[in-house]
Design a protein around this ligand. Structure first.
Ligand code: LLP
Length: 421
């Protein structure tokens, strides 16, 4: 459930008519519902209430500081994957001891930044990274708390580009070598092993792969404890899928997911961390766009809208489906017609949907792409010198621009034309 509903013939975000925001901000823009963000966070928090836990929001999904502050105030930690995300989380007031640092390519400069600023743990992904971290921590006279990300070789049954837990994926160390690598961690100076990390992929719509992975993690916990490691924390990753097609899509709920966690690892007495991104932000955001032209092709109608692949790349990149709805509610009994919904960018890949059945639309009408809150604004670019798409947040009957649209001047003035001699 989210807070984007029709009222008085117009799609609202909480208590604000989206047409009103469009009139003031201009299109295209992303729009988040703060109540929905909090609701999704709370679903996990309540479902894990029986266990010592921390929900580290995977901020790569949507990293505007307005979102981070909101979730942080509700008790969330953050999963960060770069020095930039770390700095952003700190700027949003998230304490270091609620931040976990993931990613396969952490640089020494990032390690230094994060160790100096304070961190809950590094999720280490390889032996060379572990050696580098040991050196950096020793040089700074600090101890880096670590988990090691294990790759359980489990098929997450999701899109190949977002699967991360199979042996051919670049992530983690093979679980078969875990004891050896933990032994190495125990020998290296400047490191303190606190637990195990696993993340098998994104947009999982079946709990079974989680079950297999978490069983392997439970087994490994016992083995490592027997080897003398103090495994007291399990970071179980993110990845729970969301419904992208409202009518026929029912992925597992956070309740079911957390019940599985309790079943598979609850007996170990570990502190549990999870790193959901998409589940929290995905259906808490829409991407609002205006129809520029309706163009008659030879055998189809094109709806040319002012949003494009540079603003929302998921359809072009993953063939992702986003429901498209008109902001003005269609009259009851309206006959739908098929459109190819496309943006203005000069690539055929700039297509949001083909043959999509929609209520008839005309130039000037507003539409919303649903489920766009996660991996939407954060993956946007300025391709075709289109200004980076703005973000807006709603809270009850108020809305605020949380990232303004840059002016063309801002964009043009960033380039430097060298004065060669
Ligand atoms: N933890 C780690 C280590 C991750 O790599 C990810 C996502 C997450 C947590 C959060 O996963 P989530 O709960 O959001 O599924 N751009 C793609 C998704 C890439 C996901 C990358 N890693 C998309 O638009 O579908």
């Amino acid at each position: 459930m989210d807070h984007f509903l029709y009222r008085d013939g117009c799609l609202h975000a909480e208590d604000v008519a989206i047409s009103q925001i469009a009139a003031e901000v201009g299109t295209p823009f992303y729009l988040y519902s703060s109540a929905t963000l909090l609701r999704h966070f709370k679903l996990f928090d309540d479902a894990l209430a029986g266990m010592d836990h921390l929900i580290c929001y995977a901020m790569k999904a949507a990293s505007n500081q307005a979102i981070l502050t909101l979730l942080g105030a509700a008790g969330a930690g953050m999963d960060v994957v770069s020095g930039g995300e770390y700095a952003r989380a700190r700027a949003a007031g998230i304490p270091g001891d609620r931040i976990v640092f993931s990613g396969v390519g952490k640089t020494r400069a990032e390690m230094t930044e994060v160790l100096t600023g304070g961190v809950r743990q590094f999720n280490v992904e390889s032996e060379p990274e572990m050696r580098a971290l040991s050196e950096v921590a020793s040089m700074l006279g600090k101890t880096a708390p670590i988990t090691i990300r294990v790759n359980p070789d489990v098929d997450a049954k999701t899109h190949a580009k977002i699967s991360t837990g199979k042996k051919e994926d670049k992530f983690g160390i093979p679980i078969s070598r875990a004891r050896e690598v933990y032994a190495m961690a125990a020998r290296l100076p400047g490191l303190e092993v606190v637990g195990i990390d696993v993340h098998i992929g994104s947009q999982l719509t079946d709990l079974a792969p989680y079950g297999v992975a978490y069983e392997k993690v439970a087994e490994l916990t016992e083995l490592l404890r027997a080897d003398g490691h103090d495994i007291r924390r399990l970071d179980l990753g993110g990845g729970l899928g969301i419904p992208y097609e409202s009518n026929n899509h029912h992925p597992p709920s956070p309740e079911d997911y957390c019940a599985l966690i309790a079943e598979k690892v609850g007996h170990l007495g570990c502190e549990i961390e999870i790193e959901p991104g998409r589940f929290i932000a995905g259906n808490a955001g829409v991407f609002v766009s205006e129809v520029i032209y309706v163009k008659q092709g030879e055998d189809r109608e094109f709806l040319i809208v002012d949003g494009a692949m540079n603003d929302l790349i998921r359809p072009a990149m993953y063939d992702a489906h986003h429901d498209i709805v008109p902001i003005k509610a269609p009259a009851a009994g309206t006959e739908y017609q098929a459109y190819d919904v496309v943006g203005p960018v000069c690539e055929s890949g700039d297509t949001f949907a083909k043959g999509r059945a929609l209520a008839p639309l005309k130039a000037g009408d507003l539409i919303a792409f649903r489920s766009a809150g996660a991996y939407g604004a954060v993956m946007a670019s300025e391709y075709n010198t289109r200004p980076l798409v703005p973000e807006v947040m709603v809270k009850g009957d108020q809305f605020a621009v949380i990232r303004p649209r840059p002016s063309l001047e801002d964009i043009i003035n960033r380039d430097i034309i060298p004065q060669w001699h």
